[in-house]
Design a protein around this ligand. Structure first.
Ligand SMILES: [Zn+2]
Length: 163
């Protein structure tokens, strides 16, 4: 009997510790910046894209990258052209937790290509911003899956008198 109790006791303790760890992990992920290794990989990818956009399009402009906690879960990233003509790239922080590689190799070049379409003054909303111009830029940035039609809304053009 004593053994069974100690087995149950051990299981309860372990389960509690496990839950505590999961909770702590979620909490610390939500309330802290991404870890250094991940942040370095993101920075490296962005640097690479800056070099490519200069070499292939002559664009020296850099775009602020905002890693956000507040994006809806169906958004991986978003490119925004603001009323003040700023171009910003938002990345959904929570998506880095599930699939950092996808975020870095697919989503960052994808959104960067949107940012470049804005930088060259191309504001077409055809195919929700994934038209031929965007596709070509995406390919030249060595993005992945630039041909596939993407039906999510991941561009926001705040300037109202464009069309
Ligand atoms: Zn897109």
């Amino acid at each position: 009997m004593k053994n069974i109790y100690s087995i149950f006791f051990s299981i309860t303790v372990l389960a509690t510790l496990g839950l505590g760890y999961i909770w702590w992990n979620d909490y610390s992920f939500k309330n802290n910046p991404l870890d250094d290794e991940l942040q370095n990989r993101i920075n490296k990818k962005i640097k690479e894209l800056q070099i490519k956009s200069y070499q292939r399009f002559g664009i020296k402009r850099t775009f602020p990258i905002i890693i956000s906690d507040d994006m809806s879960s169906n958004h991986y990233g978003m490119a925004v052209y603001t009323k003040n003509q700023e171009i910003k790239i938002y990345l959904n922080k929570n998506r880095f937790k599930e699939n950092a590689n996808y975020m870095i190799e697919d989503v960052i070049p994808h959104e960067y290509a949107h940012a470049i379409t804005f930088a060259i003054g191309h504001f077409s909303t055809k195919e929700k911003g994934h038209d031929k111009v965007w596709q070509d830029i995406c390919k030249k940035l060595d993005g992945k899956r630039c041909e596939r039609f993407v039906n999510h809304d991941d561009i926001l053009i705040e300037k109202t008198n464009l069309f």
